[in-house]
Ligand binder design. Structure first.
Ligand SMILES: [Zn+2]
Length: 67
């Protein structure tokens, strides 16, 4: 299992630069992501932290009466 572990870019919103259709590379050996648009690397934990913030907002909106 020594093949290259950088997956082809997947198109997702970049949490770093905000590009909606960013090409994101996933490096499986380091479990890091790299945005081809802004060149920023970020880790799974960074992504989890961002998603956790949004999850709180979603839960709050869902809990609003009449939403
Ligand atoms: Zn980016």
């Amino acid at each position: 299992m020594s093949q290259t572990t950088t997956a082809a870019g997947i198109t997702l919103p970049c949490p770093m630069c905000g590009e909606a259709e960013a090409s994101i590379d996933l490096n499986l050996s380091t479990k890091t992501f790299g945005c081809c648009e802004c060149g920023t690397d970020f880790e799974l934990e960074d992504l989890r932290a961002i998603l956790a913030r949004w999850a709180k907002v979603l839960a709050w909106v869902d809990a609003m009466p009449g939403a």
